[in-house]
Design a protein around this ligand. Structure first.
Ligand code: ACO
Length: 354
């Protein structure tokens, strides 16, 4: 094979693909070069795109850069390699044509054009939809900000990094296009994930952004962190069951509490909606189950459920029916799906016994 063995021409598609969220030069400088938010990262899965074995054939030292403007998620694609196989029997795998089926057609391959998009984003990009919640974190990243372990700063303070969540639907102006740019993260990071159907009208989304004030300016810049998609199913007779379908926090932002904030905000949001009877989760990954358990438990503790110790343990409760009624009333109030609620009560009981 052109004097080289097969291995020479095979690339692992997860390693070859490098993703990066790009901020304007000024905003990147304000963070510092080593800030994780602007470092490249790899997809966890590429089998939906490049096939089950996650291998790309026909190139040596293949590098596929898929960069995103950190707010609008407009894309830049650059494919480079040291060598490409010159064999008519075994031609190289098509890369751009393959990716083309999964990303919107408006990506650019020009660095100059992409730089202009990124700069324009910094000045003009605002998240789409209605803001439903926000928070700050104690350990704001950024040059010289030694706030780790301190209290979360006020959202009004000038150097506060604020995280904002926006609710959108297909009819939110511009959102269909936005969704087409962000949906590939589902394939990259959720095992078994697939694109949602745009002709299913009822989809709801919550997107999460970091908001920073530019130094010496009144302009805020917004940077995408993750999102969740939800589908309301009819629930007899006049309610809906909200099913959480997809949930992703991009790797540079994982393990910082953002997933918990997004889940809690969505939980509060569904509690505030009269028509929602319960929240269910489609095919939860283990890491998501963990996150859900931790947050649901924290919520039930905050609501004082363990204070009903007799009901929780059943000690001193005369009839089974009485405990079942207590449980049913709580479950209805907190709109938690039956299986999950049973699990949570068991976990609370274990905690009590500890
Ligand atoms: N500082 C440091 N660590 C923290 C902080 C903080 N302020 N807050 C929480 N953590 C820790 C938590 O203790 C937790 O650790 P533990 O699991 O060992 O207890 C860990 O960080 C994760 O919690 P979060 O940071 O709140 O979660 P994260 O933002 O990383 O999101 C998620 C978790 C959604 C699973 C993310 O990793 C992800 O998107 N993964 C890839 C996609 C995926 O699997 N999605 C779920 C698919 S299932 C579905 O879609 C229905």
């Amino acid at each position: 094979m052109s004097g080289h063995d097969e291995e020479y021409w095979v690339s692992d598609s997860n390693e070859a693909m490098s993703l990066q969220l790009i901020r304007s030069q000024e905003d990147a400088d304000a963070l510092g070069d080593d800030d994780v938010a602007i470092q490249p990262f790899n997809p966890t899965f590429t089998y939906p795109i490049f096939g089950e074995s996650e291998k790309i054939f026909g190139y040596h030292n293949l590098d596929i850069k898929l960069h995103y403007a950190s707010g609008s998620l407009k894309q830049f694609l650059q494919i480079t390699h040291d060598e490409v196989i010159k064999s008519t029997d075994t031609p190289p795998d098509p890369i751009e044509e393959t990716l083309f089926r999964f990303i919107p057609a408006d990506y650019t391959k020009s660095e100059v054009a992409f730089d202009a998009v990124v700069e324009a984003d910094a000045d003009h990009f605002k998240p789409l939809g209605d803001k439903i919640a926000s928070y700050t974190r104690a350990s704001a990243s950024g040059k010289g900000k030694g706030k780790a372990n301190g209290a979360a700063p006020s959202e009004d303070s000038d150097d506060a990094v604020v995280y904002e969540m926006y609710k959108t639907k297909w009819d939110t102006p511009g959102f269909r296009e936005y969704h087409r740019r962000m949906q590939i993260f589902i394939l990259f990071f959720i095992e078994g994930g697939s694109y949602v159907q745009e002709d299913e009208e009822a989809w709801e989304f919550i997107t999460l952004f970091e908001r920073r004030k530019r130094p010496n300016s009144d302009v805020y810049t917004y940077h995408f962190i993750g999102y969740t998609s939800l589908y309301p199913f009819w629930c007899f007779p006049d309610k809906v069951r909200l099913r959480l379908s997809q949930f992703v926090i991009l790797p540079p932002y994982q393990n910082l509490g953002h997933g918990s904030h997004l889940y809690s905000a969505l939980f509060e949001h569904m509690l505030s909606r009269d028509e929602v009877a319960e929240l269910t989760v489609e095919d939860p990954a283990e890491a998501f189950e963990d996150l859900r358990d931790r947050n649901d438990l924290r919520f039930l503790v905050k609501e004082g459920v363990p204070d009903d110790a007799n009901f929780l343990t059943g000690v001193g409760i005369e009839s089974r029916g009485e405990r079942a009624a207590w449980e049913a009333a709580l479950r209805k109030k907190y709109k938690i799906a039956q299986r999950q609620f049973d699990r949570l009560l068991e976990l609370l009981l274990l905690r009590q016994l500890d």
